[in-house]
Design a protein around this ligand. Structure first.
Ligand code: ADP
Ligand code: MG
Length: 230
């Protein structure tokens, strides 16, 4: 039997504030199997980005365990955990976070190269699928918002991750660009067969995803079968 891709148990995270610690995540549990898709919803400030950052290793937590492929990430050295994450997780942010000094081709290949998983044929196919053919030598500032986010999707997929984490990936785009980017993201995730955890405010954006969760007062609720609560 294969191990669950992502296993989160009792994850607890507080931020220090002048009024004392603010507990943003309170004993959060979650399982995600290979290839599964999940929408993470919740009011602004409910801790969605925090949860994504903890999974991605961008911040530390107070208690609990995070396992990737059954491996407890806290039991590894920081360097080993970072390498495992680079190989297995692709990240997409609302603000794109492209490298301004690198052209399209170099931005797309960046994470795959860092992970030692660069595959030129796969990157070329991604450029084509993302509608970026002919734009390889442009820099991010020479692209539209929709093109920048498509490039960020390519970067996230270039190392052939098992899991893509996307934080409101269409939140910075106009409606038309958002629809096109979302469609492309879901198609590529489906073709590649990787798991997706997507943060979104929008029930329409969440609708195509198999599982729906909501963060509220630090706790995570499965609302897949309770659409009124989403
Ligand atoms: N680095 C930080 N230091 C202190 N408080 C933070 C920090 N990051 C987030 N917070 C607070 O934690 C809560 C959850 O934030 P966040 O995870 O960004 O929520 P969401 O993505 O759901 O809008 C908010 O109250 C936010 O102000
Ligand atoms: Mg957020």
């Amino acid at each position: 039997m294969t191990a669950t891709l992502l296993t989160i148990d009792g994850l607890t995270k507080s931020y220090p504030t002048p009024q004392g610690p603010l507990r943003v995540l309170d004993r959060v549990d979650l399982r995600l199997a290979a290839g599964e898709s999940l929408a993470l919803m919740g009011e602004s400030g409910s801790g969605k980005s925090t949860l994504m950052h903890l999974i991605a290793g961008l911040d530390g937590f107070d208690e609990g365990t995070l396992r990737l492929d059954g491996i407890d990430l806290s039991a590894l050295t920081d360097a080993t955990a970072a390498r495992l994450r680079r190989e297995r997780i692709g990240l997409i942010f609302q603000q794109f976070h492209l490298v301004p000094s690198l052209d399209v081709a170099a931005n797309l290949a960046l994470q795959a190269r860092l992970a030692g998983r660069f595959d030129g044929a796969w990157c070329a196919r991604l450029i084509e699928r993302l509608g970026l053919s002919g734009l390889e030598r442009r820099f991010p500032e020479q692209l539209s918002g929709g093109q920048q986010q498509r490039l960020a999707i390519g970067r996230a997929l270039a190392a052939r991750p098992a899991l893509v984490l996307a934080d409101e990936p269409t939140g910075n785009l106009d409606e038309e660009a958002a629809d096109a980017v979302l469609k492309l993201l879901l198609e590529l995730i489906d073709e590649h067969g990787c798991a997706l955890m997507m943060i979104t405010h929008s029930p329409a954006v969440a609708a195509p995803l198999a599982r729906h969760y909501r963060l509220r007062r630090g706790q995570l609720f499965d609302v897949t079968h309770a659409p009124a609560l989403t």
